[in-house]
Structures are given as structure tokens and as C-alpha cells.
Unconditional design. Sequence first.
Length: 804
Amino acid sequence: MAYNFKEVEKKWQTKWEKEGTFNAKNDYTLPKWYGLIEFPYPSGQGLHVGHPRSYTALDIIARKKRLEGYNVLYPIGFDAFGLPAENYAIKNNIHPSIVTEQNVKHFKEQLKSIGFSFDWSREVNTTDPKYYKWTQWIFIQLFKHGLAYKTTMPINYCTSCKVGLANEEVVNGVCERCGGEVIQKEKSQWMLKITDYAQRLIDDLDDVNYLEKIKIQQKNWIGRSEGAEVKFKIDGTDKNLLIYTTRPDTIFGATYMVVAPEHSIIDELKDKITNFDEIEAYKTQASKKSDFERTELSKEKTGVEIKGIKAVNPLTNELIPIWISDYVLITYGTGAIMAVPAHDTRDYEFATKFKLPIVQVITNKENNVNIDKEAYTDTEDGILINSGFINGMTVKEAIKAVIKYLDEKKIGTPKVNYKLRDWVFSRQRYWGEPIPMVHCEKCGWVPLDEKDLPLLLPEVDEFLPGENGESPLAKQTDWIKTTCPHCGGPAERETDTMPQWAGSSWYFLRYMDAHNDNALASKEALEYWSPIDWYNGGMEHTTLHLLYSRFWHKFLYDIGVVPTKEPYAKRTSHGMILGNNGEKMSKSKGNVVNPDEIVDEFGADTFRTYEMFIGPFDQSTPWSMESLRGCNKFLDRVWNLTEILIDGDTYSKDFEKMMHKAIKKVSYDYENMKFNTAVSTFMTMVNEFYRLKRINKAEFETFLILLNPIAPHITEELFEKIGNTQTIAQSKWPTFDESKTIDDEIELPIQINGKLKTTICVPLDSTQDDIKPLIHEKISMALEGKNIVKEIYVKNKIYNIVIK
RNA sequence: GCGAGUAUGCUGGAAUUGGCAGACAGGCACGUUUGAGGGGCGUGUGCGGUACACUGCGUAUGGGUUCAAGUCCCAUUACUCGCACCA
């Protein structure tokens, strides 16, 4: 009989929803397991086939954990603030909340049709005032603890979105979202002091179980470097030029200095500079370039010597020139460097172009370093020369010695620097959380009273940002006018909104207690469910979202809100699903697969099975319609197993070993995200059942429970069909007996000189003496007239005879 | 340029510890079911030679360690991802 997936899947989905089968229990005495997937942004395009890859994977683990007796929290929600909805609103003059609501509805239908075991009773939506009340609350706490501050600074500004962007949102010099040109613009912005947490964000990675590459990415992004700040006296003045270097050992080779175009020393010493006009011209030219252009033109370095002033090398006492160049960034270190062309690639390039002296101060053990063509930057084998008291030292020794010397003479101090910048938290946009701050003439920036939260996003009918990059809210004069919560005087509201990262930086906490009106979640819920046991998501979020949410979590830990330092005990990432041509799926390439069509034509179980069978979970793999049909065929064969079903309360002799091995293998594979090999195990089992043309009830039930996490509908239906009154969801995960997974006879390969000749069946754990005669007999032909040099026997593995 | 990863038949991929390379699928071919289009069942399928129960070669390339290497070591190449003048 054919399997009617439409009817069956609907039947079970309705039952699960009605009975709340997968809702987490509020019984805090049970062992818990909290699995998390990245909640989707409800885009107009609907679900992508990539979403279910992650969702199915953790769904499998969640379902297994439930059968193992855990109280499982596997929640879902929507990260619904964001630019696409707003841009759509501007274009079609529809309120973003309407578009968002429609999209969320569509997403929910899609997600439900795939049969995920989400706890829908805890669904969150970042645009819900009951939710963003707490996003605003967290912001106020950050402000109260000095971690939110307002400053005017050059920010990345997208000329097309008309919005300020965080560094993270600028990709290859263009806007991450729209691809528009990004320029620098001075703007007063709310900033979050994530840099205060830089070191802890590195250190605490030791305590969590993330994939190693994720840890590396986080560390690289934070970009810690150890070095020293050194004062270079400016000749004939009482001023110093403070520089940062990670190579204080090369100080004897510093032949010039470079300052960033924005450096304050230029204005401070204006009177002494003889070519001030030229310098000003260079500054203007540099400021016109976006960050991207500055880096893209990296091949050709530009710069101008600042004439009239010279710096003094504190170790050689030589006078060296000071240059201005945009290859030095004002945002890193002190915005000034000592240039050591002989041992730094960039300085080498610059010195060559402007014919500045290059002095070698490091050589290798063989003393055959040649710096005629390029800089010598090796720090492992380097030995100091031409460097006074540090001559002959290794690079490492010299760094220590120089720092000690500078410290004693009070001209330098050891210093750690990070690439990480503070987080630009303002967006000049409508569709985001309003920042709950008011500006009072008398009191400055004052947060709203917590009892007045949430500060609702006002209803407006125009969403276009203002001409000079103002938020659309800046036009809402009635809304802006308010009173100061501190002194009661007249005050104005902040009109910028929060970035999309805000709502996603703490959503996992809300799931623990999603309907609490008195706190972001109750103490008890936080104590019980923290930390998240397993978080899976895309590699594209392993730097920013992960870093931001870890930062917020650490802050909440510091102020006693959450019980753990880190939010996620474990983090894994899935590979992308590509189009059938091996390229990234995109509308323009016409290789997009729509999940709805797959579910409609083949059913959710086939879709889920294929998503898991497609390839190694952590790697990118192309989609294949043919392969999908193979999974469909497999499930049909599972369905038809009832035709060869016989009675039996225990595993039959023929299949006993296979069953125990399968339980072991499938359990291991699920826990280790090796879903593709788990599916192939099931396929092999089905082939075996058909080969012997029978399967008994005990075997079938175990098989169905093992397969259930991947294909929940068909397995529940079959489980019921063969006479069970309880469902698989109410059953226990099967156990196996290790001794029954071991074969008592093995097929031992026999090799001659490492090449396979034949195999022989021998009892398990046979000794070499036992089997030697058998083996010699079996391959006597090949051994005839040969001289046996050596015989190697590895028990239960191999028998290798070395002959001459 | 720096960091990380990947490389196995016609294709997706297996091969927990160095021990029978190619599991499981897809595709293709042939057969079969006296019913045809993406139907079911079965057989075959790494490449080459062939006396077809035999044999040579084979896991990106070149070397090495080992009785034994897809797996370990060294070098090289190609592709993917992330970062990119961070001193």
C-alpha cells in the first residue's frame, strides 16, 4: 500500500500541536537539556533550504534527548527588526509591522509543515513591545554602568541606505545589506564599550566547547597584540610623539616616523611646520577616501614629509624625519609608528618609494639575510645586530631587554592592544528598538525610568531617513518632546534606534521564561536552564552575533542577572547547502530550491532525511534532486516493511548483532552530528531485512524509534499501525549490550608484503599460533620457494607476511 | 599577504585508533515483472590487461617514515571561507 504522506504528516502535526507534545516542562527537578538554533529573520522570500539543515540537526538531538528522559527546551522565535522590512515599507508604503507580521505567518506555516519539535508556547519576536521592553532595559543597565556612551566620531555611512554602519556591516568597502557606497561621516553616536570586555572574551573561550575554528575566529577578530608604547622626543620642543610597536627589538633600525593624517601633533606643532599647506592638502585628500579606498590602494603608498620638525630616536639619539601617511590608522594603537623598513613589509615599501634609509638590525644564524629586495620579518630565527646593548640576542630576548630598558628610563611601557573597536550602537532608522534615552539641557543624557518601559516605537506614515542621515523619528516632533525623568524640565528623546544585533544578543534568555512581565526571565528559570547546552548556527554569525551576545551575557553576569559567565556551553556550525551546480543559491543564478515545493511533492520526512543525508553536516554540499528521490524511495521501503513483518518479542538470531550495533552507531552518530552515516546505517538495515525477507516486531519497533528523530511522522504512524497504544514520543531510547555488538568470528585479511592476497575466517581473539598453519595453507601457492622474512599479526586486524 | 578549511570512482560521499579503499546513495548498463513516461524487483559498475576464482595501477602533485599510509611527517598545487596597511 502506498504511503500517503500528506495525510499522515498532517495527522501527527495536528496532534503534536494540540497536545503540546514537545513543550518544555516547568519542573525544575528534572535533568534538563537546552538546544538552540539561530532564530530566523523573517524575510519576504520565506524559508531557505539552508534553515532546515540546522533546525533538523538539533531537532534530532532534541528528540533523542527527550526519549532519554531529559526535560528538553528547543525553542523558536523571530529576529524581526531590520532593514529589509523597512526598505520594503519605503518602496510600497506599507508599515513594516504589517510586512513583518505577514512574513512571520508564512515562516510559521513553513516551519510547522516540516514537523520540528519546537516549543511554540515560548515563541519570541524581537519587535514585540513585551520583548523589546527588556532589550531597552538592558541598554539602560549598560548606560548606568558606564558601558553606553555618546560620542561624535567618523562612522561608516551608507549613501544608499542612508544609515550609519558598524565596521562589521561594511564588507569590501560597501554596505553589507544593499551593496551601496560607504563613506565616512561625522555623527554623534551611541557606543557600547565592548573593548572593556576584550580580554575576558578571549580568556573565557577556554571554558567553552566551541569548534576550534570558531574560537580562532573570535580571537582573530578581537586581535590582541602585545608590544610597547614608546615616547619619541620631538627635537627642539617639549613634546613627545607616542608610538605603539610590537617589535621594540627593532628600535635601532627605526629610520623615520609616520603619523596618521588625523593625528593631533600636526595642529599642535603647526607653527614649526614649514610645509603646513602641503600637509593640509594631503589631509583633505585622505579624508575624502573611504576606508575601503585607503586599503584598496594599498599597492601604492602615499605620504608627505612633515618639514620643520624631527624626532629623536631614544636609543641612538639620531634625528629622524616624521612623515604623514594614511597607511597608519588613527583608530589603532596611538595613530603613530616608528618605521623600521628593514624588518616591516609596509615600511619597506614606503621607504623604497620615498628613498628613505633602510638599516638592517636583524640577521639569522647563518648571517645570510638579504634585504635588497624585501624586508626580513622572521621572529623565530632572528638575531640582533647593529643594535648596541642588545647585539647577539634573539628577537624574543631583545624584546624583553628593550622593554625593560625603556621602562627604567621612563620612555616606554609595555602595552596590550586590541583590534576590536567599541560597538556603534545607533542606527538612523525606523524599524528598530527606540533607544530609551532623553537629552536634558540641565542633566545631559538621562535614561527613562524603568517603570516607563517599553518606550514604544511611535506610529509614523513615512519611513524615509532624513536628508542628512537623520533617523525618520527625528520628524516626530510631538514624540520627541518630553520631560526629563531626572529634573522634570523640558527634554528631547533620542531619535536613533538600536541595530538588529540588539534583539538577538539576549533572545536565548527570554525563551527560558518567555512571558514574564517583571523580569527578562525569572531567577529560577535562569538558574535551571543556563547555560545553553548546544547552540548551532551558521559560520557567518560566529564573529559578530556570537561576540555581541557573549559580551551582553558577561555584562548581565557582572550585574547579577544571569548565573553563568558564558551563554553557550557548546557551539557548532553547519555547512551551506549549495545549488545543484555547486554555486551558492541565488535568484539570479536560478538555482534556488524552495522547501515548500519539496515538502509538498515528497513530504517533510523525505525532506528531513535528505537534508541529513546530503553530506557531512559541517561542510558545504550541493543539492541534488536525484539524491532526494533516493531518500524518498528509502522511506517507501520502510513503509512497506510491514509486508514482511512477523511476530517476535526479542531480536531474532540473524539480526541481533545488527540491532545492537545499529543502536550504538546511530546514538553515536546523532550526538556527533554524523547524520549522513546514520541514514546510511538505516538503509543498510532495510536492505538486510529485505534480503532475508523478514523483520520481527521487536526489531521493527527499535528501528522505528531510532529513525524517529530524522523522520518523525512516518515512524509514529508505523509504530501505531503495528499495534502500539503509546507513541514513540512517549517511549524510551533503546539501549544496547556492548557484548552483543562484537562478532565472534572475523574475516581476517591476509597480506603479502602489505598487499592483500585473500581473507580467512577465524574466531575472535585468535592467537598467531592458532591461525599460522591455516594461513600458510591458504596461501601456500604464493609462498612456494619464497623466503619468509617476517610475519606480522595484529589481533583481529591483519596478518601480513613479508617475503623476499 | 595573514588565518582556517577542503582535495577519494561519472556524481554526493564512507573508511572513530595507521590495518580488506570506494560503505550507503545517485547515475549509467543489462535483465526481469506479459503493463510503457522520474514505477517495482534483481544483477553489474574505480581504471587498465586478461587465460575472468588471475593480475598491474589507483585517495590533488612530489618526496619521506612504516611490515603496512586516504589516514603520520616535509614540500608543492588548486579551490572554498574569514580577515585584510592592526605597526
